[in-house]
Design a binder for this molecule. Structure first.
Ligand code: TXA
Ligand code: MG
Length: 352
């Protein structure tokens, strides 16, 4: 299949961009797939109400079909059409955080095929905060099922280049809207139980949800790497991403971490291996290794969220044998950062 690549600037959706978005909408309405930017990560979109489209999404990603998809909408009226009822908590959260990086789980109506929900009676719904995505949803008939636009097991794409790498030849169109703003997937909150529960941490933190809802639980399995329980979001049971090299997170005071990592990088080199380091703006110059990258600025954790997946992808392109990363504070958005980093490292952490 020939994959068309289209460039659109979010701040300038002119007549030409509208024409491309209309065409993209036609592709989705007729059962095809389009990768598109959202504010979190790129999505791989198909018609959420068409079982055949969902099957194609699983096939293009190489994703197990028991892992449900998120349905993306552009307005609240569309939500009413695909759920049994909209819980009061959902209305409040939508008012506070939609459009935005928050996915809510509700009880589905018969309109949503089981192919989209991985056989579940619940559906995950999100209204993304990106003008290209919102217009594409409207042009596509109102409901786009979209997982992250990566091959299953690779980091979610935050630039279109990685959608091209993973999906070229497998889908009809890729819309390049530049690097995304947030860089980590949305927070998922389940509203089908008595107390709302976070199933995946993201940019909308537990504290932010608590401000609107009062009390919120968090699925323990996502913070406890040794938990034997099954995560409640089926996708969270998979190791998101196994880097080509072995990744270790090193925790401790800055001086101890730098000294430890430099020693390990030296040992690796002596053994004929290539070593990489994930540091920060403040520490990048202190490391001695084959490749050293900064993932952002500790004082502004959003910069780390923004760069993390890109840095992990870049390391894969560099053929590293071993990689060491600094550890991050796990409060606020740090909880989402550490959740993704720990998964990438297979929970391999050295505490100094
Ligand atoms: O930011 C995002 O959420 C991005 C962009 C494209 O919107 N999408 C995304 O989709 O991250 P995906 O498919 O990579 O992750 C969806 C997660 C999976 O872990 C899946 O198991 C969970 O949501 N999920 C979906 N529907 C669910 C449901 N009904 N109950 C529990 N978990 C669900
Ligand atoms: Mg994903």
């Amino acid at each position: 299949m020939n994959t068309e690549l289209v460039q659109i600037v979010e701040e300038n959706i002119d007549a030409k961009a509208m024409e491309a978005l209309k065409r993209a909408g036609d592709i989705i309405r007729s059962g095809g797939l389009v990768a598109f930017p959202t504010e979190t990560v790129y999505g791989l979109g198909g018609d959420a109400l068409n079982p055949e489209s969902s099957r194609k999404i699983y096939a293009a990603k190489g994703r197990p079909s028991d892992n449900p998809l998120i349905v993306h909408v552009a307005d609240m009226d569309s939500v009413s059409g695909i759920v049994k009822e909209i819980p009061e908590a959902a209305r409040k959260l939508a008012k506070a955080y939609w459009p935005g990086p928050l996915t809510m789980i509700m009880n589905k109506s018969d309109k949503v095929p089981y192919e989209t929900t991985g056989g579940l009676d619940t559906v995950a719904i999100r209204m993304p905060n990106n003008k290209i995505a919102l217009e594409l949803i409207r042009q596509s008939g109102g409901y786009i099922a979209a997982p992250s636009a990566n091959t299953s097991g690779r980091p979610s794409p935050t630039v279109a280049r990685y959608c091209v790498e993973d999906l070229s030849g497998k889908i009809e169109m890729i819309i390049d809207g530049g690097q995304v703003g947030i860089g980590l997937e949305s927070t998922i909150v389940d509203l089908t139980s008595d107390t709302p529960m976070i199933l995946r941490p993201g940019y909308i933190t537990k504290e932010m949800l608590g401000e609107v809802l009062g009390s919120v639980d968090i699925d323990r399995t996502i913070i406890d790497g040794n938990s034997k329980e099954r995560p409640k979001a089926p996708g969270m049971k998979y190791r998101h991403y196994a880097p080509k090299g072995e990744l270790t997170i090193v925790e401790g005071s800055q001086d101890a971490v730098v000294a430890y990592i430099n020693e390990k990088a030296k040992e690796a080199r002596a053994a004929g291996k290539r070593a990489g380091v994930i540091g920060t703006d403040a520490t990048k110059s202190l490391y001695r290794a084959d490749v050293v990258k900064s993932v952002g600025n500790r004082q502004e954790e959003a910069t780390i969220a923004h760069e993390l997946f890109k840095v992990l992808r870049e390391f894969d392109d560099e053929d590293m044998d071993v990689m060491y990363s600094e550890s991050f504070d796990d409060s606020g958005i740090g909880q989402a950062i550490m959740n993704r980093l720990l998964k990438a490292a297979g929970h391999n952490v050295i505490r100094l």
